[in-house]
Design a binder for this molecule. Structure first.
Ligand code: NAP
Length: 317
């Protein structure tokens, strides 16, 4: 029996997962096996599944160029870069990798917050530069205990982050479009109200048009000069120009960011600030989680190949 043809727009994390994809499917990987245009011209008419990442997504032109396409399997939970209108129009289903990455991303949110408030990055540079011996210690940090942490988007990652911060002694507030009356945490009516009542605003909602610049100059102003921002969701959720301006003007106290509006480009003007912690989009980037994400992509591809229900379909619309 001939193998299903898969076009992979990006490699699946750990090499053994990509090897598994190569062994079970006829996989053509952009970059390794040729440029996208070349691959589409060569094998486009028999591709039944597309593998992509949250960052790479899938644009309408690629979807339209693959007449046999039935599945887009996203290696990541954020599917905002996939053109759902085009997928729907061509009868293509989408899967993602929820749950398996939740703990690592929530851990990173807490690590970033801790790094910011305890000045870990600044302290590391201080020690390496010999300044500890020359000049003494660094300025005092802030305790996580007793701080009011505002979770923007109480989904899987938001809730896991809230649980972790509760263990650190923080008070939890949140905003999502749908309040959770059963939750023990305090609901705020809007992102601005959440920012106003929080010491730390932690962005955990999904990306895409509906949340674009949900954190804007007005929300940052509500967060105020004592407040800090953490973003582990999507760069698009925060108005980056407004954030840079607020950091430079002392409008907010600090920021810890894993995601940016134009990755991998990060505004140079952030590099000189010591009240900023920058990470290169590593929320799910552990061997364990990337393996689990890759396995879930494979499970969805196998399900589609074998005519079974998809394991983690993303509802359309
Ligand atoms: P999820 O369970 O679907 O949670 C997303 C939350 O966003 C939902 O609770 C939803 O609540 C909220 N939301 C949607 N629109 C909103 C709006 N307009 N205002 C406020 N909240 C809104 O997804 P998840 O698994 O927690 O993942 C969340 C996001 O994290 C992903 O979409 C992805 O972009 C990002 N992520 C980043 C990394 C990384 O490496 N840094 C890794 C994985 C995921 P309501 O429907 O009630 O509004």
């Amino acid at each position: 029996m001939s193998k299903c043809t898969v076009l992979a727009l990006a490699p699946l994390g750990p090499p053994e997962v990509q090897e598994q994809l190569d062994s079970e499917f006829e996989c053509h990987l952009v970059g390794r096996d040729g440029a996208l245009d070349h691959l589409i011209a060569q094998i486009g008419d028999r591709v039944s599944a597309l593998v992509t990442t949250g960052g790479r997504g899938a644009e309408a032109e690629v979807i339209a160029a693959l007449p046999q396409l039935r599945l887009i399997a996203c290696y990541g939970v954020g599917v905002d870069a996939i053109d759902f209108a085009a997928a729907g129009k061509h009868g293509v289903e989408v899967t993602n990798t929820p749950d398996v990455l939740t703990d690592d991303v929530a851990d990173l949110a807490v690590f970033l917050l801790g790094a910011l408030h305890r000045r870990l990055v600044q302290g590391d540079a201080w020690v390496r530069a010999g300044e500890w011996a020359r000049s003494g210690g660094i300025p005092l940090g802030r305790s996580l205990r007793g701080r009011r942490a505002g979770i923007l988007g109480l989904g899987r990652i938001g809730e896991a982050t809230a649980r972790r911060l509760t263990a650190f002694g923080a008070e939890i507030l949140y905003y999502s479009r749908h309040p959770r009356p059963a939750s023990e945490w305090t609901y705020c009516e809007s992102p601005a109200a959440l920012a106003e009542h929080s010491d730390d605003l932690i962005v955990c909602c999904r990306g895409g048009d509906a949340t674009r610049h949900l954190v804007d100059a007005h929300v940052l102003q509500a967060l105020g000069p004592q407040g800090s921002l953490v973003n582990i969701a999507r760069g698009s959720v925060v108005d980056e120009a407004a954030l840079v301006a607020a950091l430079h003007a002392g409008g907010i106290a600090g920021a810890a960011l894993d995601v940016f509006e134009n990755e991998p480009d990060v505004p140079d003007s952030l590099f000189g600030l010591d009240n900023v912690v920058l990470a290169p989009h590593i929320g799910s980037a552990t061997l364990e989680t990337r393996r689990a994400m890759g396995e879930l992509v494979l499970e969805n591809l196998r399900a589609r190949r074998d005519g079974r229900s998809l394991v983690t379909p993303v509802p359309q619309g």
